[in-house]
Design a protein around this ligand. Structure first.
Ligand code: ZN
Length: 373
């Protein structure tokens, strides 16, 4: 599984958190069902948005990246996200990008515009059938998400930059194509194919990565590997705030680190963000947080209740819900129902049964859902 990581300049807002919590469930569920998992995540630690933010704030881009990566890791630990097996930055993987560019060059899939290198999307025969968007829609979204459809000299407006030649004031690394830095899409393609064999099981990320990022990775991957890049593309919904999309341009981002500093239990954030279905766009609100607190208190009360019973059926049902496209709303409703029944039960269980059952359920919720009570 390859999941696209953050660009470290505004980590970690609730949208990021929701995405990585969703893939954490896939990771945890796979481990719990004895599947071997190779989970790779990148961090785009050199790219235009990071450089622009560093310039705006008069800080070095490398220091900004380093501090944001540290913050992101602390946030993930607090949210009980299991780390991927391999977690790599763009800067440390530049030699792999250069290798990938050389392979694309052999296949006639790249060309120059001045000193920059572009990937020719027509080298992948499946590119056009890969999206339900019209070409005009694609051009619009491409421009919004870092692309340059109108640059003259390009063969196709949607061809993407894979090596940006050095500009004054920008960092660069040596390459056979001249000094420069990697484009965003080729970074993920190169890292994924270094560790995984196409077709990889899952390429994942937020739904805003669907086009162009994952379409470009799919096209580059197909040309490089001669096979489909991924069997599945998994996209997580966006998190809104008070009816608006949460975004840096609106200035309404909610940060996990700030909420932690305010004393909010990260377990509440985990429960709140997983209480909606991962694919749905959903809203963050104070009400969601207070409902999650009631829920957590209910679950904790049930776990300390003297009343008992068996938990095998509950565990089976939660497992079935998670295996059904990560149906966390259903899984949480099952735990709610069990908790209410347990608290209001009139039957005292044999105490040893009760302790064993609670231990079994607690280990299961911790392992598969990452919920510690
Ligand atoms: Zn990516």
């Amino acid at each position: 599984m390859y999941v696209c990581g953050i660009t470290p300049y505004d980590a970690t807002h609730l949208g990021h958190a929701a995405t990585y919590l969703s893939f954490d469930l896939i990771h945890r569920y796979s481990l719990a069902t004895d599947k071997s998992v190779s989970y790779i995540q990148n961090i785009t630690d050199v790219d235009d948005p990071l450089l622009e933010r560093a310039t705006r704030d008069h800080v070095s881009w490398a220091n900004l990246a380093e501090s944001q990566i540290a913050l992101f890791r602390d946030d993930m630990t607090a949210l009980r996200v299991l780390p991927p097996q391999h977690y790599l930055g763009a800067v440390e993987t530049i030699p792999w990008v250069i290798e990938a560019i050389a392979s694309l060059e052999k296949r006639g899939a790249i060309y120059r515009v001045e000193d920059d290198l572009y990937f020719d999307i027509s080298s992948d025969g499946s590119f056009k059938s890969n999206s339900t968007l019209s070409v005009e829609e694609q051009k619009l979204i491409f421009a919004e998400r870092g692309g340059d459809p109108d640059r003259s000299g390009k063969r196709n407006p949607l061809d993407c930059l894979i090596w940006r030649a050095h500009r004054e004031g920008e960092p660069s690394w040596p390459s056979p194509y001249g000094p420069g830095r990697p484009g965003w899409h080729i970074e993920c393609t190169a890292i994924a194919l270094k560790y995984l064999t196409a077709p990889i099981s899952i390429q994942g990320g937020g739904s805003d990565l669907h086009f162009p990022h994952h379409s470009m990775c799919a096209a580059q991957g197909r040309v490089l590997a001669g096979a489909d890049f991924a069997r599945r593309f998994v996209h997580t919904g966006m998190i809104g705030l008070n009816g608006e999309k949460m975004s840096k341009s609106r200035g309404n981002l909610k940060f996990v680190s700030v909420m932690r500093d305010e004393g909010i239990d990260p377990m509440l954030l985990r429960i709140a963000l997983l209480s909606g279905h991962y694919r749905a766009d959903r809203e963050w609100s104070d009400r969601l947080l207070s409902e999650s607190e009631l829920r957590l208190n209910l679950w904790r009360e049930a776990f300390s209740s003297p009343y008992g019973g068996h938990v095998e059926g509950l565990i089976m049902n939660i497992s079935a819900a998670i295996s059904d496209d990560l149906n966390t709303p259903k899984a949480f409703a099952l735990i709610d129902e069990w908790a209410k029944n347990r608290i209001h039960s009139l039957v005292h269980a044999e105490s040893s049964d009760s302790v064993n059952a609670i231990g079994q359920l607690s280990r299961y919720l911790d392992g598969v859902l990452g919920i510690a009570l």
